[in-house]
Design a protein around this ligand. Sequence first.
Ligand SMILES: Nc1ncnc2c1ncn2[C@@H]1O[C@H](COP(=O)(O)OP(=O)(O)O)[C@@H](O)[C@H]1O
Ligand SMILES: O=C(O)C1=C[C@@H](OP(=O)(O)O)[C@@H](O)[C@H](O)C1
Ligand SMILES: [Mg+2]
Length: 180
Amino acid sequence: DNAMVFAFQKAEDVLPYLNDRCVYLVGMMGSGKTTVGKIIAEVLGYSFFDSDKLVEQSVGIPSVAEIFQVHSEAFFRDNESEVLRDLSSMHRLIVATGGGAVIRPINWSYMRKGLTIWLDVPLDALARRIAAVGTASRPLLHQESGDPYAKAYAKLTALFEQRMDSYANADARVSLEIFT
Ligand SMILES: Nc1ncnc2c1ncn2[C@@H]1O[C@H](COP(=O)(O)OP(=O)(O)O)[C@@H](O)[C@H]1O
Ligand SMILES: O=C(O)C1=C[C@@H](OP(=O)(O)O)[C@@H](O)[C@H](O)C1
Ligand SMILES: [Mg+2]
């Protein structure tokens, strides 16, 4: 399908297809949007932006976790939408979105100007990755004590249940199962 074509074509074949449009990576926490986005940007010669980082800069608070704590998730979501709106008027960007960006329909009106790609990774792999790096930077998964894998897996399962239909709105889906 579209996704595999995109993943395996050479940069010089992909660039005319993109025609300067932005690429938005969507998917659950830990799916690799930030990591993979930087690589794709490098390969295509596009600029890379992470919407979480842009929200931190515009709010003036250096971490998403602290923004959730000092303000609220709703405040973070409002700023996330503003960041996506501002990016949507630009060209030749790879944008790593936050895992929850897909839940607001207004964000799709911005992302639809470009190509949206869902990085679809099994929940057990997500929980394993997140437990390995710790949950401190991901407020929705953070916990003071207990088994980080079990807690992350349970919370990711609940979030995926709410979000899977939204992720499926993406133009393309890349299943990263084989790489985990
Ligand atoms: N394709 C991959 N295979 C294995 N580990 C990965 C892969 N992509 C990302 N990771 C690891 O998973 C963790 C989360 O990646 P990150 O890019 O921050 O995800 P996201 O931005 O989607 O939340 C990081 O520790 C990263 O090194
Ligand atoms: O899934 C989510 O709701 C969130 C994902 C995070 O980004 P990553 O997907 O890059 O971890 C960040 O935006 C915030 O902690 C909320
Ligand atoms: Mg990220």
